[in-house]
Design a protein. Structure first.
Length: 67
């Protein structure tokens, strides 16, 4: 699915809007869009960003800093 970038939106913001999180999805989305990193920090307004359908989530254990 393609998502259209809004004004002053970063890839992290787009991932948060589409997936509801940024962890484990930003890199996959960047890999699905060759040349997107060359656009700069902000994705150009109206740019169609391809969002991968299935993004693998991390299977690592959560570390608790305090008990």
């Amino acid at each position: 699915m393609k998502i259209i970038a809004q004004q002053q939106e970063t890839l992290d913001m787009i991932c948060q809007r589409y997936y509801g999180r940024t962890a484990d999805v930003t890199e996959s989305t960047l890999n699905a869009n060759p040349g997107l990193a060359d656009q700069g920090v902000f994705v150009p307004y109206g740019y169609a960003v391809e969002m991968p359908d299935q993004v693998a989530t991390s299977t690592s254990d959560t570390v608790q800093l305090w008990d």
